[in-house]
Design a protein around this ligand. Structure first.
Ligand code: FES
Length: 111
């Protein structure tokens, strides 16, 4: 299975993905620049991604915790999600994501 991630510089990466991993972990473990400051605890919003609209219907609905975090995130759009709250599954094979601004490790605005 694969996920496709466009980074903050506009470069698209195709990453091998294993079922059950958080999408944030897959992005981070392949070495893309994602801050993911809280390590997946839904407490930082620095793993914010935009999900291609064709794919949003395949995702679990965001829980209150995630919605609350996104309320305070930077540059939120209708297709914003926290990638640490999305678990890889066969349904998501081929999903297209874009890392949101403010998710880079060296970006002071990400806090
Ligand atoms: S890693 Fe912190 S909210 Fe996702």
């Amino acid at each position: 299975m694969q996920i496709h991630v466009t980074d903050q510089k506009g470069i698209r990466h195709s990453l091998e993905a294993l079922e059950g991993f958080r999408l944030m972990e897959i992005i981070r473990d392949w070495g893309l620049d994602v801050k993911a400051e809280c390590g997946g605890a839904c407490a930082c919003a620095t793993c914010h991604v935009y999900v291609e609209p064709d794919w949003t219907g395949k995702l679990y609905e965001a829980q209150d915790e995630e919605i609350d975090m996104l309320d305070n995130a930077f540059a939120v759009e209708d297709n914003s999600r926290l990638s640490c709250q999305l678990l890889m599954s066969e349904d998501l094979d081929g999903i297209e994501l874009t890392l949101a601004p403010g998710t880079q490790k060296d970006d002071a605005a990400a806090a």
